[in-house]
Ligand binder design. Structure first.
Ligand code: DGY
Length: 337
């Protein structure tokens, strides 16, 4: 159904990727909805064609929303990301055109922290490598040094980016595994938030130098692009692990592959990649990296909650009410709402 050509008085909304059926039903109660049931990743031109005349976009977080797209679609008033990350949206361009952007913080914090911690443990204890070893029939006897990894309990957990998810990972490490927590962040946490975790704010240099297990949870921006590259990897312990559950592009994947191959760090766990779903071929060839297909928030309950919040934002904003989690509330009230 092409909503833009409809005569309905309801605002038209595009759902960019397939979602739970109840999401489409709910939005259809408020809007003329064009959905993407077969989950095609539309090329940019096709996406732009479908966006024509739409007042709202329900975005997976993968669609690039920039000045050129906004200029081509002056009817567009709200971009609602179902993700917490919003590096797909040019917020300055939205501000300049009075377009509201919203994201989905909070609802995925614990789920993403679970995955981040699990990936860090899998990396430290070589779990993916061990499973491949067993499945390929190589396990013929127990040996004292078979697939020995590094301890997580009692080790130093380093967190780059101490927002909600970073703090949730730190909590798991400090309270569940007796880890010493050090972190680096744009700003230091209030002492009341540091104290229960025994978390210590350190420079980025000290974080790289002292972490046994370094976890990246910093949002992607021009400032965090390649925050971990060859120079940073060179400062880490050769026994250290690196886990990235934030965004591709924060790590220089080519430099990481070199560091892993040359044993400059012990291992890495990656849920996100530069240019995903493409993965750097040098990483694919290495045994000491655990690779996941961006599943940080992927539980049934959490994905429903993310969709629910994205719906709440769209319905409120296009209905003239305050959306629960705006990114740029300064553009409110919305024109025409
Ligand atoms: C987020 O919400 O940003 C997660 O990466 C899921 O896409």
């Amino acid at each position: 159904m092409s909503a833009s050509s409809s005569t309905s008085s309801k605002p038209a909304v595009l759902i960019a990727r397939a979602v739970f059926p109840e999401v489409t039903r709910r939005l259809a109660g408020h809007f003329e909805v064009e959905s993407n049931h077969d989950d095609t990743v539309w090329p940019r031109e096709e996406f732009s064609r479908r966006l024509h005349g739409k007042a709202g976009l329900f975005s997976s977080g993968g669609e690039r929303i920039d000045a050129a797209l906004l200029d081509a679609h002056p009817a567009l008033r709200v971009v609602s990301n179902m993700s917490v990350g919003y590096n797909n949206i040019d917020i300055e361009a939205c501000n300049a055109r009075g377009v509201l952007a919203t994201n989905a913080p909070g609802v995925l914090t614990e789920t993403t922290a679970d995955l981040g911690f699990a990936l860090m443990m899998a990396t430290a204890r070589r779990m993916a490598e061990a499973e491949r070893y067993l499945r390929s029939g190589q396990w013929t006897k127990w040996s004292f040094d078979l697939l020995t990894g590094s301890d997580v309990h009692g080790a130093t957990l380093g967190i780059l980016g101490m927002g909600r998810i970073g703090q949730a990972i730190a909590r798991r490490g400090a309270l569940g595994f007796g880890m010493r927590v050090i972190y680096h962040n744009r700003s230091r946490l209030p002492a009341a938030d540091e104290a229960p975790l025994g978390a210590r704010y350190v420079s980025k240099q000290a974080l790289l130098r002292d972490s046994d297990h370094l976890v990246l949870v910093v949002p992607y921006s021009a400032a965090s692009h390649h925050a971990i590259g060859a120079a940073e990897l060179a400062q880490m312990k050769p026994t250290a692990t690196l886990t990235n559950v934030a965004r591709g592009g924060i790590v220089d994947d080519a430099a990481l592959a070199v560091a892993l191959r040359e044993g400059r760090i012990a291992a890495a766990g990656l849920d996100v990649f530069e240019g995903e779903p493409q993965v750097h071929s040098a990483l694919l060839a290495l045994p000491n990296v655990v690779l996941l297909p961006h599943i940080g928030s992927a539980t049934e309950v959490t994905r429903r909650a993310m969709c629910g919040l994205a719906c709440d934002n769209l319905i409120a904003a296009l209905g003239g009410a305050a959306p629960p989690t705006p990114i740029n509330p300064q553009v409110l009230p919305l024109r025409g709402a």
